[in-house]
Design a protein around this ligand. Structure first.
Ligand SMILES: [Fe+2]
Length: 487
């Protein structure tokens, strides 16, 4: 890229150009950081800062008017013990407007855990306002929520300040998945909550105005760790996979473990009929963290998701569940997962499954306007499984042609989830931009990359230098300007 340039005006929030301002949160001492022994790109940052008029390499598309916000775990000063990739949620936000990167800021999400409260009440129940909201950040009906699958949504402002837990006027009595799905036609937000105790699985729907208009229990045999699900135009697709709640695992992070006896099944349930039954389909045992998409095809339901074999998942879960120890420098990468397709035929009661690609990927994304509809393009990232030394790349699948192209990022770079931002005006499905945070493996520096989704191999069209290394986290969203409220 060429044409390196800098902003020419004072920061929109009144800060001096290029200045970094710190809030009152104290720094993590070096001893605490060392105790965690995490690879540099996973290490927590010690404080909250603001920076303005960020240096840009290349040319930011002027139509990108909004903010990219990404969530991830970030330990607090003095925290000890814990598990890999746990910690209070921290939001990292970058404001883009008019071809400029106006600001970066990062803020912890101030949940009960952040304030030092326990997850468990004296009566043994879980305080749903307490868990670290560290997994995703989404916007719906003019509100922004930080999410984790074991707690209530935590509302935050577009400027990343915590508002507090939200139960939609007392109607939401379960946790909320970090992966809700917005129907592009109705604007409804479909989601679910799962728990260790009955009801194990509950389906919910917010309407386009943000009111919780429907909740119903979905009968499953046990509490299973259910990270994601899918919708189509008419159906919800459930993943009931063999990671069951096992009290004996308490103290190892998420108290869920592989259960060979449980089996694995996908379920389809019409979401336009309040009491519709679930039709279940037995599948080969596996685990799925993330769905790419689902759609209907001549009466069949097609689900594309990133699938872990039992062996690959067992190794990953062992690493993620144990108290953090410095991994051996020679430890092999674990948790290789691949894009996979299940085709469910409700009329025949059959499930067919097939791998779509052999490379290891995670964090699938797509044009959200295609959620629940046929989508030709799916995006994902490679090289992100724990302890991987493979070169990271952003991948673009063409599921119709069965092909893929990628943008390799070099051996020193880790990449996070790539979020699709639609271009303005009439466009093809891949008419838009991919936005992702890239961090050096040693964690010392980060850039916000912007790529042309229609021409991934060309590389980034722009890169914003962030004022610090941003730990590789989990999920993020682009929040366009008209919905964001304040500047
Ligand atoms: Fe996730």
């Amino acid at each position: 890229m060429t044409n390196r340039r800098r902003g020419t005006e004072p920061g929109a929030l009144g800060g001096a150009r290029g200045a970094v301002r710190r809030t009152g949160i104290p720094v993590i001492d070096a001893e605490t950081v060392a105790a965690y022994g995490l690879p540099g790109h996973l290490r927590s940052v010690p404080d909250e800062i603001d920076a303005h008029d960020l240096p840009v390499t290349g040319a930011l598309p002027p139509e990108l008017d909004g903010r990219y916000i990404r969530n991830g775990p970030n330990l607090l000063p003095g925290m000890s013990g814990g598990h890999m990739q746990t910690g209070p949620g921290m939001l990292h936000g970058v404001r883009l407007r008019g071809g400029r990167a106006e600001w970066y800021r990062n803020r912890w999400v101030r949940t009960g855990v952040f304030e030092g409260r326990s997850l468990v009440r004296p009566d043994g129940t879980i305080d749903l306002t307490a868990p670290s909201a560290n997994t995703h950040v989404v916007h719906h009906a003019g509100r922004v929520f930080a999410l984790v699958e074991v707690g209530l949504p935590q509302e935050v402002t577009p400027d990343l300040a915590t508002v507090g837990p939200c139960d939609f006027g007392g109607r939401l009595t379960t946790a909320m998945t970090a992966h809700p799905k917005q129907d592009p036609a109705t604007g409804d937000l479909h989601f679910f909550g799962y728990g260790m105790r009955p009801p194990f699985l509950t389906y919910h729907r917010l309407d386009a105005r943000g009111d919780l208009v429907h909740s119903r229990e979905v009968a499953v045999p046990a509490g299973t760790m259910t990270h994601d699900f899918a919708i189509t135009e008419h159906y919800v697709v459930w993943l009931d996979l063999p990671m069951t709640f096992q009290p004996a695992l308490a103290g190892r992070g998420m108290p869920y473990g592989w259960d060979d006896a449980y089996g694995a099944r996908l379920g389809v349930m019409r979401h336009d009929r309040p009491d519709a039954p679930v039709q279940w389909f037995e599948i080969d045992p596996c685990f799925v963290f993330h769905v790419a998409n689902a759609h209907e095809d001549a009466g069949r339901i097609v689900l594309d998701a990133v699938r872990y074999s039992p062996g690959e998942f067992a190794a990953l879960w062992e690493l993620l569940s144990r108290a953090v120890e410095p991994p051996s420098p020679s430890a092999p990468a674990v948790g290789r997962a691949r894009l996979h397709r299940w085709t469910l035929d409700p009329a025949r009661g059959t499930a067919r499954e097939e791998p779509l690609d052999d490379r290891a990927v995670e964090y699938p994304t797509l044009d959200d306007d295609r959620t629940g509809r046929p989508a030709r393009h799916v995006y994902a990232v490679t090289g992100t499984e724990p302890l991987s030394r493979d070169e990271c790349a952003i991948v673009k699948y063409d599921t119709a042609a069965g092909t893929a192209v990628s943008c390799p990022l070099g051996p020193a770079t880790m990449i996070g989830e790539a979020v699709f931002v639609p271009a303005g005006g009439p466009r093809d499905e891949d008419g838009g931009w991919l936005v992702a945070i890239a961090t050096t493996r040693d964690g010392t520096a980060s850039r916000l990359l912007v790529l042309d989704a229609a021409d991934l191999p060309a590389g980034p069209v722009a890169a914003v230098d962030l004022p610090r290394g941003v730990p590789t986290g989990f999920h993020g969203s682009w929040i366009p300007a008209p919905e964001e409220g304040r500047t």
